[in-house]
Design a protein around this ligand. Structure first.
Ligand code: URA
Length: 433
């Protein structure tokens, strides 16, 4: 088999066989296929697409390209949730303890933030002492004992994806449906959970800008998950505006804790309850409606908060910060972003808000960049709210005050005002089961 022939076949619109896809991924993993040929095939896939069968084969080959976790020592049903990434998306911090409070196991491996999107591992590291690396034994023991552990992806999971993603990133081939689906699901399936709930974001702050594209991606990923024998559901949720009011690591942890205490923002609470409902339902805890009532109850009776505190303490974090969030380190400086006109907020572009937070030091441009955990944005007004001229739309936080002007400029340029209240957009567009 020759890589040249595989590239040519896809370039001309052909359907690759399972063997050809296997040959490609083996060559990516062992380094025998040069970067220029890998990139050429990615570009051919970008233009020609792939059938569902080809995408499934690609995903399973990516899944099998490295170590697979052996979770057999974990007792009980394991459920995971994966978000395609967004701004202000701290749902894992709320959803995982809700689900674990009912004895369903959540053995979570999360990512770090990059560009305008945040990552759960960075958020957790904003909690003093919290360790996001555990040995396999400690990870399994913690999941068995308290039902929940959250760590970063330190293992060589799906190494083919790491290589492919790095090349896609520099060859303008990231936003290809089969490549995104196989990348996300290849890694998810390598973690070998029993059930997967996907939170596919749609809108300016996400990979998929249109609802139709997001639905198609969600359907594809559900097909891939089911094809691999996993119970899989996808929610398509709004990321045209930030979720909740907080953007930035410790600010988001505080908002998540407030939500676990029953005082969270309406939009964020609703997305969390719905995600938790589907996770519980897949784990045989009733219909999604019944499971949603359970999720709500876990917040009301404090069991989800207790589970989160237990998890924080088990991973070396200071659980007293969760009991009293005033203990989180504060940024040295804050800056109000004042509204230049009176009117309704018609649009608050999530991607740009994420970039504004990045400009404050809360995120990374490159993987190796350091981050300021206390930096970020607290919104005072959101889409649909009326704002008077001179009123703050948001407060910015940073330990470097020279960053404020640029960040405020990005935020204001991304906010559109008008005289009439905009139509409300759905928070959850669809659920693909
Ligand atoms: N997230 C991933 O892990 N891979 C993609 O291709 C896009 C988003």
């Amino acid at each position: 088999m020759r890589m040249y022939d595989i590239i040519k076949k896809k370039r001309d619109g052909g359907e690759l066989t399972t063997e050809e896809i296997g040959f490609f991924i083996r060559g990516v993993t062992d380094g025998s296929i040069p970067d220029y040929q890998i990139s050429a095939l990615c570009m051919a896939i970008y233009f020609q697409g792939m059938t569902v069968r080809e995408t499934c084969d690609l995903t399973y080959a990516v899944r099998d390209s490295g170590e697979k976790l052996n979770f057999s020592a974990i007792r009980g049903i394991r459920v995971d949730k994966h978000s395609t990434g967004g701004v202000g998306d701290k749902t894992s911090l709320v959803v995982a303890p809700i689900v674990a409070s009912y004895g369903v196991k959540v053995a979570k491996m999360s990512g770090r933030g990059l560009g305008h999107t945040g990552g759960t591992v960075d958020k957790l590291e904003a909690i003093p002492g919290f360790a996001t690396t555990l040995s396999d034994e400690a990870f399994v023991r913690q999941v068995n004992e308290i039902g929940l552990a959250i760590v970063g992806q330190s293992r060589q999971f799906a190494p083919a994806d790491k290589k492919l993603y790095a090349l896609r990133d520099v060859t303008a081939t990231v936003d290809s449906m089969p490549l995104i689906a196989s990348s996300i699901m290849g890694k998810k399936l390598a973690a070998d959970d029993d059930c997967i709930v996907l939170d596919v974001k749609t809108g300016s702050g996400s990979f998929m800008k249109s609802t139709e594209e997001s639905k198609a991606l969600a359907r594809l990923m559900v097909d891939i998950g089911k094809g691999a024998g996993k119970k899989t559901v996808a929610l398509i949720t709004n990321m045209d505006r930030p979720l909740g009011y907080a953007i930035g690591n410790s600010l988001e942890v505080i908002e998540a804790v407030e939500t676990l205490k029953g005082r969270g923002p309406e939009d964020f609470t609703e997305v969390c309850l719905t995600l938790a409902a589907y996770m519980l339902s897949l784990a045989d805890m009733g219909t999604p409606e019944e499971a949603k009532a359970l999720a709500r109850k876990a917040i009301e009776n404090g069991s989800a908060l207790r589970k989160f505190m237990e998890t924080v303490a088990a991973q070396g974090g200071d659980a007293s910060c969760i009991a009293d969030t005033e203990k989180f380190a504060k940024a040295q400086y804050s800056y109000p972003v004042l509204c230049p006109v009176s009117g309704y907020i018609l649009r608050a572009d999530a991607e740009q808000y994420g970039l504004s937070s990045l400009a404050l030091g809360a995120g990374r441009n490159k993987v190796e960049d350091a981050i300021d955990y206390s930096a970020g944005i607290l919104l005072k007004k959101k889409t649909g709210d009326f704002v008077e001229k001179g009123e703050p739309v948001a407060y910015l936080f940073s330990n470097d005050p020279s960053r404020f002007e640029n960040a405020a400029q990005i935020l204001l340029s991304a906010t559109t005002f008008g005289p009439t209240m905009p139509e409300d957009e759905p928070l959850i567009y669809d659920i693909i089961a």
